[in-house]
Design a protein around this ligand. Structure first.
Ligand SMILES: Nc1ncnc2c1ncn2[C@@H]1O[C@H](COP(=O)(O)OP(=O)(O)O)[C@@H](O)[C@H]1O
Ligand SMILES: [Mg+2]
Length: 580
């Protein structure tokens, strides 16, 4: 990824480095001029005009430096930030292309860290590290050359003896500082998270009367943060004095030996002044060596983590010659066995289903029996063998995911709303939609009445940053969103579990009439909802144990009937409890 980026942008770095070198060279001028001036002043050869000329010289150098500094920052740091932008987009595009099994095994927090910390670490290498490395090399070479060439090589060598320690100290301290800084960041996110959770969970805390326990826990988190800060302060506190001390010891050598050289007329007073200023300029590039090594080490690890994602192959291969079949809803499943890619444990065993276009299919079974798995496979969320699932007689492996999902709508049990208005949430799958159409689907999903009671009706912002909706309201809005697609196959995967039984039944019956031409596949744990289905498949431990109409299944003495009787019993209990 870096290589592709540099291929296009190397010239920006070249320009930036040129400006950086210009700054370094210009930096040499003022000390040299000051030294010359001191000598002229001392020998009384200078008048006010000479002074003016020198001042103009220093000003010109300063002006040149100002401009060059602007441009190297613009080119080097700017190009590095552009890389972050490029990396974020590349990563995001990749994430959109990855398949379900990748998300099954990846933690959201880990992904977020790659988007933020890791991209940032790589940017540090492409920006600040380039500057520091250039400075470290160029500034060191030319300053040392100027010190030796303009003043004295012997003095240069002797006064430089302590300087390599600067690199060593910045290297070791850089590591410590980074490590402790991480701890501070972690501590910070813990205190914000802790406070946020307590505030949002305050009702639970109050009802359980656990204020003391929460206070104790929070005080521990806060104390940890404080300790992390203190340990960082200590390292910083040591770092700067150490650097200062090494700088001072170099100056001391220069003072003692250089002073003697002035006394014995080996160098002039002006050269002595120049030398000391140059020596001060060497402190930064020496420290830079240490920082650069640290940055490179860290960003290499980050870069590896980024590439890991970029090199992940989606487990579903799109067909080379996709068949663009018009899907009406004739679906067939033949002897299908299935295990999730990351577990290998068989979850579906010998599944056979025959679904006709326009029919109403029910799927029933206990939790964990494989109901969601089979419908996810119909959506091609996980890879399936050839010869197992067919749409209109075409193997699912020959249909591209994009094409398939144009025709098949899936409404999951976990409703998810984006942080935007209700209207936009419902209209999400399509580019353009009329207001009254949105309302129409909201009515089919029996959520229109709820929506108009919200503070701003359809313009109310919901989701994480908006008003809080009940689980059932969220599910019904999610259902309306699915209906907007008007696809020939609609799959509801227990999508109304948080809605009460009567409403669910009413919604499904109404739905059946309003999208009569669509194939409707409904997974529900409430069997009454399925009573009008053309066929119900009963799943048990990954197998279809029964299939038939509701009335047929009730007559048989099987799993379906037992589940149904249990539900009737529960319903009666609830009614009794209600009349008390
Ligand atoms: N992403 C997954 N990776 C591995 N195993 C899974 C995954 N999703 C579900 N399972 C397992 O597959 C089985 C069937 O699950 P599922 O189809 O969700 O059941 P149901 O929808 O009937 O409750 C369960 O044992 C479950 O633990
Ligand atoms: Mg399920």
């Amino acid at each position: 990824m870096i290589a592709t980026y540099l291929k296009k942008n190397w010239w920006k770095y070249a320009l930036g480095v040129l400006f950086l070198i210009a700054v370094d060279l210009l930096q040499l001028i003022p000390p040299r001029l000051t030294g010359r001036l001191v000598d002229l002043l001392k020998s009384s050869e200078a008048d006010e005009n000479t002074l003016l000329i020198f001042i103009l010289g220093v000003l010109a150098a300063a002006g040149g430096m100002m401009l060059s500094r602007f441009w190297w920052r613009f080119f080097i740091i700017g190009t590095a930030h552009r890389f972050s932008h490029y990396a974020r987009l590349t990563l995001f595009e990749k994430l959109l292309s990855l398949t379900q099994d990748f998300y099954d095994r990846t933690l959201t927090g880990d992904l977020m860290a790659r988007f933020t910390n890791d991209i940032n670490a790589v940017r540090m290498m492409l920006g600040p590290a380039v500057v520091m490395a250039t400075d470290a090399v160029v500034l060191t070479v030319i300053t040392v050359a100027a010190m030796g060439g303009f003043v004295s090589w012997r003095l240069t060598v002797l006064a430089s003896i302590p300087l390599p320690f600067l690199a060593l100290i910045s290297l070791t301290f850089g590591k410590m500082i980074h490590h402790r800084f991480r701890k501070v960041q972690e501590g910070f996110s813990e205190i914000t998270h802790g406070a946020e959770e307590s505030v949002s969970g305050i009702r639970v805390i109050k009802t359980f009367a656990v204020e003391d326990k929460m206070e104790e826990r929070y005080s521990e988190v806060s104390l940890n943060y404080f300790k992390a800060q203190m340990s960082l302060i200590k390292v910083w506190g040591l770092f700067f004095p150490l650097i200062g001390m090494i700088g001072t010891s170099a100056s001391l050598i220069a003072l003692i030996i250089g002073g003697r050289m002035v006394i014995y007329d080996q160098i002039t007073l002006g050269e002595f002044v120049t030398f000391n200023q140059y020596l001060g300029m060497l402190v930064w590039p020496m420290m830079a060596v240490g920082w650069v090594l640290n940055i490179i080490q860290r960003s290499r690890a980050s870069y590896k983590r980024l590439m890991e994602i970029l090199e992940t192959k989606p487990s579903i291969q799109e067909p080379k010659n996709p068949v663009n079949v018009t899907i009406k809803g004739n679906i067939e499943v033949k002897n299908l066995d299935f295990a999730y890619p990351n577990t290998k444990r068989p979850v579906l065993k010998n599944i056979n289903m025959k679904i006709e276009a326009g029919s109403f299919v029910g799927i029933a079974g206990k939790t964990g029996s494989g109901k969601s798995t089979i419908v996810k496979l119909l959506l091609k969320l996980y890879p399936v063998e050839r010869g197992r699932i067919f749409f209109e007689g075409v193997d699912i492996n020959d249909i591209s995911s994009e094409h398939l999902r144009k025709y098949v709508t899936y409404v999951p049990q976990e409703a998810f709303l984006f942080s935007t208005t209700v209207k936009e949430n419902i209209a999400f799958p399509v580019d353009k939609i009329e207001e009254n159409e949105v309302k129409l689907y909201a009515q089919v999903a029996a959520v229109h009445d709820d929506i108009v009671e919200l503070p701003q009706g359809y313009r109310t912002v919901v989701g994480e940053r908006g008003v809080t909706l009940s689980g059932g309201q969220k599910q019904r809005i999610t259902l309306a969103r699915g209906l907007v697609k008007r696809s020939p196959v609609i799959i509801l995967d227990d999508s109304l579990s948080a809605v009460d039984a009567q409403t669910e039944e009413a919604i499904i019956n109404h739905l059946r009439e309003s999208v009569a031409e669509s194939t409707l596949i409904v997974v529900s744990h409430r069997l009454k909802v399925l009573s009008r289905a053309d066929i119900i498949y009963v799943f048990d431990d990954g197998e279809i144990v029964e299939a038939g109409r509701h009335t047929e299944l009730i007559e048989r003495d099987g799993l379906y009937r037992r589940m149904y009787e249990l539900q009737m019993l529960e319903e009666r209990f609830e009614e009794d409890a209600g009349t008390d």
